[in-house]
Write a protein that binds this ligand. Structure first.
Ligand SMILES: C[S@@+](CC[C@H](N)C(=O)[O-])C[C@H]1O[C@@H](n2cnc3c(N)ncnc32)[C@H](O)[C@@H]1O
Length: 475
């Protein structure tokens, strides 16, 4: 059996068998410990901590918000994160206290650790909990600044990111491994950055915003870029004005002289001029030189599996191997791709389909889909709603708030939430401060959870949001 005793902010666990005492200085001590049974033979503090955490996880989950009134949890970040159910949060946006920079005048605050290692240890513990509570298709935006020691930049954001990427967590029945995937390092450039007195280096004008998803991230990740498009800076016009997106073969042939005339008029004179072989490599580069260009495409793209099954059936009927097919077609290692359903598979071209038909003598079932073609315009077209904001975000710093000094601009959580939180998802800011994330989430009609240790800041959150629901340890 093991016994517990709480002493102020610490928990003493005694193993009766060995009479060994373990002291846990975590905020965990604020929980009323429950009997955990006898973890025979397991004597490390971390084992007990894990058991304790699991007990807490299983028994003490908070009730998730059901409307857009921000739920403000007052207290330590780890205390509250452990009480949020797994895979329940769609979008995390936060800015933790930076290391060695500010004092928030509250016991248990993060940021006062003696070394960058101790600081990243703490944030890593937080990030592990975040990984557990983030939905499979969720996103984590971490705005974290750096610190100088003896005139040397400590690379704190990168150190933390690196450790996060190496951290792997097992979850679920099958102890599936999950970890973090770093999708972007966004630069938040501050056009109104503070003037700096430094004489032997450059002024700091930006902060990183690390954008993570879970590494079991699948194709269905929630990312709605259309909600955060920004206007194009230059006023370039599409060079295909008035031309249809697709043409039949006859229409294309009829229009060809006009297209050629227009292209001659464009008279490209830029850096790719004369580079006709693999012009600029990018579609943009190629379009610059070739101007208006239509490419021949299948009208209907049938799923690969359907054609693969169909071809397999006919190949079996005709009893022909893939090697034989290649031989007959005059190819080497090509036919095999038509009989694969994985990423290495491909559909036969229009010409190959007709040749295959002669060899395999299959019916007409898919002839229409596989042979009907049209011509599709290949120019760069402006998106009517603007462009992807990219990974360089120019945002003025937030206006000075007399009671909270490290407020981030509303545009930061606004972009994160609009792009990565579905309308019925929950937004979380585990270091809420003055509640910028809560305010924006409420305006965007999203449910939100805020965690903040300093009760004084909760008053600011109250002021900034129409309404909040506040919960503290005592409740
Ligand atoms: C950089 S500020 C967040 C500012 C916020 N983004 C805003 O716009 O107001 C970090 C916040 O984390 C809080 N904090 C520090 N240690 C904490 C802990 N252990 N648990 C919860 N919050 C903590 C601080 O009180 C501070 O308000």
């Amino acid at each position: 059996m093991i016994r517990y005793k709480t002493k102020k902010d610490r928990l003493v666990i005694t193993d009766n068998k060995t009479n060994v005492k373990y002291l846990i200085r975590e905020q965990l001590a604020v929980f009323t410990p429950r009997p955990l049974g006898d973890p025979a033979g397991q004597k490390t503090v971390s084992t007990y901590l894990k058991l304790l955490t699991r007990t807490i996880e299983n028994n003490d989950y908070i009730e998730l918000p059901s409307d857009n009134v921000p739920l403000v949890l007052v207290g330590d970040v780890l205390h509250w994160l452990r009480r949020i159910p797994s895979e329940s949060i769609s979008c995390i946006v936060t800015s933790p206290p930076y290391w060695n920079l500010r004092d928030y005048y509250v016991d248990g605050q993060i940021g006062q650790e003696k070394t960058p290692e101790e600081y990243t240890d703490k944030l890593l513990e937080v990030s592990n909990e975040l990984l557990r509570i983030l939905k499979k298709d969720g996103a984590y935006f971490l705005n974290i600044g750096d610190t100088y020691i003896d005139k040397g930049l400590q690379m704190i954001p990168q150190r933390l990111a690196y450790r996060m990427l190496n951290e792997v967590k097992s979850t679920g029945k099958n102890r599936r491994k999950i970890g973090w995937l770093l999708r972007n390092q966004i630069i938040w450039y501050k056009p109104d950055h503070m003037p700096s007195p430094v004489k032997t280096r450059f002024t700091n004008t930006y902060e990183p915003i690390l954008f993570f998803t879970r590494d079991d991230w699948e194709k269905n990740v929630y990312f709605d870029i259309d909600k955060i498009r920004i206007p194009y800076k230059s006023d370039w016009e599409d060079n295909n004005i008035g031309l249809p997106h697709s043409l039949s073969e006859t229409e294309y042939k009829r229009l060809l002289p006009e297209i050629e005339k227009k292209n001659n008029e464009l008279g490209y004179n830029g850096k790719f001029r004369g580079n006709e072989v693999n012009i600029g490599a990018s579609p943009g580069g190629r379009a610059s030189v070739t101007g208006i260009n239509y490419i021949k495409k299948r009208k209907v793209e049938l799923p690969q599996e359907i054609i693969c099954d169909y071809l397999r059936e006919w190949r079996e009927k005709r009893n022909i191997s893939v090697i034989e097919l290649d031989k007959k077609l005059g190819y080497k290692y090509t036919a095999g791709h038509w009989f694969r359903k994985d990423a290495g598979g491909s559909l036969p071209t229009l010409e190959d389909w007709l040749k295959l038909k002669e060899i395999l003598k299959f019916d007409n079932k898919y002839d229409k889909e596989m042979t009907e073609i049209h011509y599709v315009l290949q120019t760069i077209r402006k998106h009517p709603d603007g462009k992807n904001p990219g990974d360089f975000w120019e945002m003025k710093t937030a206006k000075f708030n007399k009671n909270h000094f490290s407020v981030f601009p509303e545009e930061l959580p606004r972009r994160a939430i609009l792009a990565c939180c579905p309308p019925d998802g929950i937004v979380l800011d585990p270091f809420a401060g003055s509640g910028t994330t809560a305010k924006v989430a409420q305006e965007l009609n999203r449910k939100s959870i805020m965690i903040e240790l300093q009760p004084k800041f909760v008053d600011i959150i109250k002021e900034r949001c129409e309404e909040i629901r506040e919960v503290s340890y005592a409740d």
